[in-house]
Design a protein around this ligand. Structure first.
Ligand SMILES: [Zn+2]
Ligand SMILES: [Zn+2]
Length: 239
């Protein structure tokens, strides 16, 4: 037993299970997650595609999918973890069971990823991929906006919700690549009460929970760039 255990007898437990962990002061976000959950969430490490963060096993810098996207439309993304079965369970608990406490944990881990990979970028604000009003009514919150707010709090930046989803779209998971691109076209817009914002002075970090093909991120970034935003980067929890 370490000497400090007697001073702090209650051992904290892992953010994503009940296992107790030994926690050091000023430790990183990942020190709050037990070894088993860390392995199961599978944090993403290089080599990765420098645009979309896909793990690569050759020495290419950009993956085949990103090579097909024009430079103008590309949006750089960083992700914290792989989309494993443990990641799916954590996100399901966060999204569908309304466990908003998870926003703090997931957001803190995403913030760690932002600081590691985007540290010299002078972001001015954080915003999120919007949900359609009907979905917000069903769920009670937009999970990506909760994550954006958590990241904003950690970085000391405003995290307003700027975008809205004008058209409801079918669940993306069931669609092929082309159908997905079609279904998201003209889906997003700037919220009417945010039109007055001076977008030209903004370097924006766009937040979403999962990165699948990147179509959603690119469509949202397109709207923000059309509104005048200088640069848009993305961070997602999983990919
Ligand atoms: Zn755990
Ligand atoms: Zn890529």
């Amino acid at each position: 037993m370490r000497w400090w255990s007697s001073l702090f007898p209650v051992r904290p437990s892992c953010w994503f299970c009940d296992q107790s962990i030994e926690q050091l002061f000023f430790a990183s976000a990942w020190s709050k997650v037990c070894k088993e959950c860390t392995v199961n969430l599978s944090p993403i490490h290089p080599p990765i595609c420098e645009i979309c963060f896909r793990p690569l096993d050759d020495d290419m810098n950009v993956c085949g999918d990103c090579l097909q996207i024009s430079h103008r439309d590309r949006v750089q993304n960083v992700s914290a973890v792989s989309y494993t079965s443990k990641t799916k369970k954590v996100l399901a608990r966060f999204k569908y069971l309304g466990d908003e406490g998870y926003a703090k944990y997931i957001g803190t881990i995403m913030c760690d990823t932002v600081e590691k990979h985007y540290s010299p970028i002078p972001f001015t604000l954080i915003t999120s991929v919007p949900l359609h009003q009907n979905r917000i009514k069903e769920r009670g919150f937009n999970q990506s906006q909760l994550l954006a707010e958590q990241i904003g709090k950690s970085l000391g930046l405003p995290a307003p919700s700027l975008l809205e989803r004008i058209k409801a779209s079918p669940p993306q998971a069931n669609l092929g690549r082309n159908a997905r691109i079609q279904s998201l076209r003209d889906c997003f817009g700037i919220q009417p009460d945010k039109m007055q914002l001076d977008f030209t002075s903004q370097t924006i970090l766009l937040v979403d929970d999962v990165y699948t093909t990147g179509t959603t991120i690119r469509e949202c970034a397109k709207i923000l760039r059309h509104a005048g935003a200088q640069t848009v980067y993305a961070v997602t929890f999983a990919r």
